[in-house]
Design a protein around this ligand. Structure first.
Ligand code: C5P
Length: 220
């Protein structure tokens, strides 16, 4: 089928971003990083100095800020009020607060409706690979291919460390804390119904993407 929608879920550090971007490039599809949306929303709330325990305050900060997320591999930008925040959304300040912001149902509803709109637009041109925690179950239950990507704790920590330039032991703690906090909202440690489980601990990016391409082809 043309213009496929591919959902890639999994815990932090499982290799979702690299896999999703590589697959999107291989099939000429768009790319949406929903984690970047929660991170940019968190940055907007932190900058507005609102009470992070209040969904309404966060939403009003979001309504005042102009939040934009790119939907292509070439330019997967995050912009806040016209300014690039690609680096800022990966800082410890944002990472430490994102689970709390993402824990509010109203905040999720707001971002999920934007995610659904981006997916609908991509359905008409090239399809899209979407990564997150709740894509197969909530955001795009109609996805053509659902993948649950995981890896053992050690591999996830060292990948995350490479990404952010910290030590693996620092991030092992951070990952555990975030997976636990996220489990109250989404199911980062569980595969959705109908999802293909891929453990990337011992696989290279190329090997994982080859598996996904085979699964896409098998659909006929
Ligand atoms: O994927 P990433 O680590 O950038 O996600 C950042 C955070 O955003 C997660 O820890 C989680 O709290 C939230 N998130 C979410 N649902 C998604 C994607 C991310 O709640 N679909």
């Amino acid at each position: 089928k043309n213009n496929p929608v591919v959902a890639i879920d999994g815990p932090s550090g499982a290799g979702k971003s690299t896999t999703a971007k590589t697959l999107a490039t291989a099939i000429g599809a768009g790319y949406l990083d929903t984690g970047a949306m929660y991170r940019a929303a968190t940055l907007a709330a932190l900058d507005a100095e609102v009470d992070l325990s209040s969904a309404d305050e966060i939403l009003s900060a979001l309504n005042e800020a102009k939040l934009e997320i790119g939907t292509t591999v070439e330019d997967p930008y995050a912009r806040l009020n016209g300014e690039s925040v690609d680096l800022e959304i990966r800082t410890e300040r944002v990472t430490a607060a994102v689970s709390q912001v993402a824990g509010h149902k109203k905040v999720r509803e707001h971002l999920i409706s934007e995610q659904k709109a981006a997916i609908n637009a991509a359905r008409k041109k090239g399809g899209i690979v979407v990564e997150g925690r709740d894509i197969a179950e909530v955001v795009a239950p109609e996805a053509d291919l659902k993948v649950y990507l995981t890896a053992d704790e050690k591999a996830r920590a060292s990948r995350r460390a490479l990404e952010i330039g910290a030590t693996a032991s620092d991030t092992a703690e951070d990952i555990k804390r975030r997976d636990k906090a996220d489990s109250k909202t989404t199911k980062p440690m569980e595969a959705a119904d109908g999802a293909h489980v891929i453990d990337s601990t011992k696989l290279s990016v190329v090997e994982v993407v080859a598996k996904l391409l085979a699964l896409l082809n098998d659909r006929g």
